[in-house]
Design a protein around this ligand. Structure first.
Ligand code: KIV
Ligand code: ZN
Length: 379
């Protein structure tokens, strides 16, 4: 932890670019603007609004987002390392550009059909071109984590020599593991001088959050994320998990208003049509759910017995559920909340009825508890 406690990490949100790249997610310009405003209100440091050269709709959406929230937060657009894309991004009015070109041999051979020397020339030429047009430039060596290390370091240095302001290291197909990523980011931080190093992790092995946090711990000062982790294939690192992990587990400062996380998650889910998993950390509906008697008792005495963070700090809710594992304390709380106060003997009888319903596979609601309990209320 030495050296990183209390430093601030920049949250670069790419929900509207990498998130929207996922199959089946197509947002209208109005939806994109609405989401961008919410992200800006929530305090993210950079919003990747889209890929202006990819379609007229993206161009218009980027322009509109910039007009609406450009005074609140940095807005950036993705661009391939070519002048046409860069020009289009400049025409959209953006002052920041995210230029990428792949550096791994597999991408060079099968996708770009270029030599390493040609890729280095492209990096230099296009980063320089964007800088000469007054842009803030973030450069990404796509598929960085499958790139031969010396070549990756050369690519990073080339971008810096050409004037790049930030270097983002993508784990494009999510094959990193936290210890290796930590070592890699330390090396890159070591050659980057005062330039900000950023990380961008995909979730193909379920490690996007762990790798992102390892990258921050290694000295990266910015992290790319998407709301709910939406994105290509298994998605990107989730904003909610990375923000809360960075803050609560590693002691970093983040500018995000964390109490807006749950509502934002719901909003993106509703607009994209992609449900939030019930067990999703931080924003899942069961993230603060309790049924087992021992847990409920503990949480009612002191929430930190079984909650490592409070639902209030992320805008989520504590849910005490009833089922076959319930105990008397949980039941009492659910009934008390409905203004029904029973003595211990009656409570136990209600609980027995609830458990036998649960044993028959029935789902018990607080309405059920109320209905059963009312039979025991004496007037
Ligand atoms: O995953 C990736 O490599 C990307 C780049 C465009 C940064 O999204
Ligand atoms: Zn990506």
């Amino acid at each position: 932890m030495k050296g990183c406690v209390f430093s601030t990490v920049r949250i670069f949100d790419t929900t509207l670019r990498d998130g929207e790249q996922a199959p089946g997610i197509d947002l209208t310009v109005e939806q994109k603007v609405k989401i961008a405003r919410r992200l800006a209100d929530m305090g993210v440091d950079v919003i990747e609004a889209g890929f202006p050269a990819s379609s007229e709709g993206e161009f218009i959406a980027t322009k509109k987002i910039l007009e609406e929230i450009g005074d609140m937060t940095e807005v950036i657009g993705l661009s391939r390392a070519n002048k046409n894309d860069i020009d289009k991004t400049i025409q959209s009015g953006l002052g920041s550009i995210h230029v990428f070109i792949a550096t791994s041999d597999i991408h060079l051979k099968y996708k770009l059909r270029m030599t390493r020397e040609e890729v280095l020339d492209k990096i230099y030429e296009n980063v320089r071109y964007a800088k000469d047009h007054g842009m803030v430039v973030e450069y990404s060596p796509e598929d960085a984590t499958r790139t031969e290390e010396d070549f990756l370091l050369t690519a990073v240095k080339t971008a810096i020599d050409a004037g790049a302001d930030r270097i983002n290291i993508p784990d494009t197909v999510g094959t990193m593991q936290p210890f290796k990523f930590y070592d890699l980011i330390r090396k890159i931080v070591g050659v980057a001088g005062d330039k900000i190093i950023s990380v961008h992790c995909h979730n193909d092995f379920g490690l996007a959050t762990a790798n992102s946090l390892a990258g921050l711990f290694a000295g990266a000062r910015q992290v790319h994320v998407t709301v709910n982790g939406i994105g290509e294939r298994a998605g990107n690192a989730s904003l909610e998990e990375v923000v809360m992990g960075a803050k609560k587990l590693f002691g970093f400062n983040v500018n995000v208003k964390t109490w807006m996380l749950y509502e934002t998650s719901k909003m993106i889910s509703q607009m994209t049509g992609v449900p939030v998993p019930y067990f999703k950390a931080i924003v899942g509906d069961n993230a603060f759910g309790h049924e087992a008697g021992i847990h409920v008792h503990g949480v009612l005495e002191n929430p930190s017995t079984y909650e490592p963070l409070t639902p209030e700090e992320v805008g989520n809710f504590r849910r005490i559920e009833l089922g076959k594992h319930s105990g008397i304390h949980g039941l009492k709380k659910i009934l008390d909340d409905q203004g029904i106060y029973l003595d211990d003997i009656s409570l136990r009888e209600v609980l027995a009825e609830i458990k036998s319903m649960a044993d028959r596979g029935e789902k018990i609601t607080s309405e059920d508890a109320r209905r059963i309990a009312l039979k025991y209320v004496t007037h």
